[in-house]
Design a protein around this ligand. Sequence first.
Ligand code: FOL
Length: 209
Amino acid sequence: AMQPLELTLIVAATRNMGIGLNGSMPWTGLRREMRYFARVTTRLPPQAAQTPGAVNAVIMGRKTWDSIPPKFRPLKNRLNIIVTRSAPTAAPSPSISITEPIRVSSLEQALKYAQARAVARVFVMGGAQIYEAALRLPETRRVLLTRIEQEFECDTFFNLHLGGGDTGTEGWTRRSRQELEEWTGEQVAEGGEEEAGTKYEFQMWEKTA
Ligand code: FOL
């Protein structure tokens, strides 16, 4: 049966919700954090794990695509969908191999493509403009936030303020560490993580209203 498409945003942000500087990330050296991103976006949910050929999709803006080191793109074992104003006018065929990134001209087209491909999970991985568009959609159910407990100079922000406690912004609720572990399949440290002198915490937020 056709599952209703559900979107998960995945983002690493400072306390001020800073996500970028000069077209790249404001920090360096958060390698375990990056590996968490790679595993979480790749891992299939239990229902899809048995299905041959099942994959997740990652949707990103063109600037985020450009920011990924060429040797890592397309992000492997995931269907990569790029939102760009210079997408071909014809809709991409639903049978293209995942070794080929798909270019579409809007987030709505990206969702339609993901649905036509019957992908397992759909992640929105930025940047700011794409997150902003996704936060307006009813399909957006969840944010996997890595909250970085150190200020970095940023010129790009995630425009939803999710608080430190479980009371964030109206309509959003923080889920427990156990709920995050169940949904992501990851084991996360109780008191948060620290790497390259930077403390951070893996969080999961869900839309309640
Ligand atoms: N979310 C989180 N939690 N952390 C991030 O760093 C992050 N980054 C983006 C979006 N959401 C995020 C966008 N930027 C790669 C590079 C930049 C990028 C996202 C991904 C990348 O190269 N990923 C490889 C891992 C490479 C490695 O192991 O170092 C991948 O396979 O996912």
